[in-house]
Design a protein around this ligand. Structure first.
Ligand SMILES: [Zn+2]
Length: 73
């Protein structure tokens, strides 16, 4: 039997960095979401992004990090 672990994710917006455009990333929630608002957190794909509580994960946008989509669902 497979154990299914459900991890809550928050949506986080990365900054444009050189040739990399702004993207939505997923951040694993280990703390209450209220403590993360506006904080820079390590995303699922290993970059840093600012958590947004006005946007839930998964993000219904087109500019979403494909790595985070694959890893956080
Ligand atoms: Zn990502």
């Amino acid at each position: 039997m497979m154990l299914q672990t459900t991890t809550a994710h928050a949506a986080a917006r990365s900054r444009a960095h050189g040739p990399t455009a702004e993207l939505w990333h997923a951040v694993e929630l280990h703390r209450p979401a209220g403590e993360l608002d506006g904080a820079c957190e390590l995303t699922v794909c290993g970059s840093l992004a600012r958590v947004s509580l006005t946007q839930a994960w998964p993000v219904p946008a087109r500019d979403v990090c494909p790595t985070c989509v694959a890893l956080a669902r």
